[in-house]
Write a protein that binds this ligand. Structure first.
Ligand code: GDP
Ligand code: MN
Length: 383
């Protein structure tokens, strides 16, 4: 789950990372009021779940409250990479002497959190990594050993921060960022830019904060921050129905049981020349209601042209799944082609049930590859 800048900054504040004081606004009038309360120059910042707001005209400096109101008028409703601005963060403007970059994310390859720090902040980190890789200092933290202050010093010295006061402040922020990462079950915490003001104060001017969805059950106050309007409507429906669903871009709706099998199904659809429309995992159960819920989500996507149902019966028996599929298809009146591959416990029985009662749009295939080819063909893609 991605957080808005102002929400990430709230979490930063909770661990003691310095940020500017600000107010949330949803109308130009509120932006003016916020600027009045804050006093002095402010920045009006679009709150959208994407980066590059500055370049898109979503971050504007205002010297007066009236100017803040005018900027708010131009920023609200702005489309930034497909995200329409509805909320603004109005914060006390900072004078900037230097812009640095600091982030902490998961390095899946190393199975460890990874710090990245560079004094070449403000611009996109990919650009720094490409153009001046030596300026980017990377450091893993072994999660079993935890964070140690020397690691912060290595980052700071490694990047060539010379000023002792800056060194000290940044090192403290590094430690606090690790604390935030662990405490809030983050997947990513990024500060770009981490600024130094002309009087030498270091603070976070921006925040990018992603929290692990699977940890939200133990992060109730973070879970509350979710903006239901901004979520993909299909993924929101899936969440409501407790269906494990990730929207993808293709035409073949994928439904499997177990994450491993479902991922293989996505792969085999691609291998067969098609494009998966989603990743949807039924989990251990294959009861009719679970199948109905999953199909409801998958068929809500107008891009889906065919559905590939890939089930391996372990604890879930294939005859039960077959009944579930038939019941769901009948109940929902699905007309899209559905290709079913059943294997494992009671597979013969399951296939027999389907063969006897299946409607014409339901095809049973013996292997995963044949089923994938059939589904791809029916989706209108491939050869
Ligand atoms: P992003 O473009 O979505 O990453 O949004 P940022 O929050 O990083 O803002 C973009 C840029 O606007 C920053 O890199 C700064 O250069 C500038 N900016 C943001 N806040 C302030 C501020 O308080 N004062 C000044 N002078 N510039 C700011
Ligand atoms: Mn930024």
């Amino acid at each position: 789950m991605d957080l808005y800048e102002y929400q990430g900054k709230e979490l930063f504040q909770r661990v003691g990372i310095p940020v500017s004081e600000g107010r949330l606004a949803t109308t130009p009038g509120e932006a003016r009021q916020a600027a009045e309360v804050l006093g002095g120059p402010v920045v009006v910042k679009a709150q959208v779940l994407t980066g590059g707001r500055g370049k898109a005209g979503g971050v504007k400096l205002a010297r007066t409250a009236h100017e803040a109101e005018e900027h708010a008028k131009s920023i609200i409703g702005l489309d930034i990479k497909g995200h329409v601005v509805k909320r603004l963060w109005v914060e006390r403007a900072s004078d900037i002497a230097k812009e640095y970059y600091l982030s902490l994310t998961f390095d899946r390859g190393a199975k460890q959190p990874l710090f990245m720090f560079t004094t070449q902040g403000g611009i996109e980190i990919e650009q720094v990594a490409e153009e001046s890789p030596d300026a980017l200092v990377k450091l893993h933290v072994d999660p079993l050993e935890g964070f140690h202050p020397w690691q912060a010093r290595r980052l700071v010295y490694g990047a060539g921060v010379a000023d002792p006061s800056e060194q000290k402040q940044i090192a403290a922020i590094v430690g606090r960022l690790y604390e935030a990462f662990v405490r809030f079950d983050a997947m990513l915490c990024e500060i770009n830019p981490l600024i130094v003001t002309p009087d030498g104060t270091v603070k976070a001017l921006d925040s990018k904060f992603t929290v692990d969805d699977n940890a939200l059950y133990r992060q109730p106050d973070v879970a509350e921050m979710r903006d239901r309007d901004a979520a993909d409507p299909l993924e929101a429906l899936a969440r409501e129905k407790l269906v494990t669903y990730v929207k993808l871009d293709g035409e073949v709706g994928v439904l499997g049981n177990g994450a491993g099998l479902t991922m293989s199904t996505v792969d085999v659809v691609t291998f067969a020349g098609g494009r998966p429309a989603d990743f949807c995992d039924l989990g251990g159960g294959g009861d009719a209601q679970g199948v109905v819920d999953a199909l409801e989500v998958i068929t809500r996507d107008p891009q889906v042209k065919a559905i590939f149902f890939n089930i391996f019966g372990g604890i879930t028996r294939c005859d039960e799944v077959a009944k579930g599929v038939l019941q769901a298809v009948a109940q929902m009146g699905i007309v899209l082609p559905i290709v079913v591959r059943l294997d494992g416990t009671n597979a013969d029985e399951g296939r027999r049930i389907l063969a006897e009662a299946a409607p014409p749009n339901l095809h049973v295939e013996p292997t995963m590859l044949e089923a994938a080819r059939k589904a791809v063909e029916l989706s209108g893609a491939g050869a």
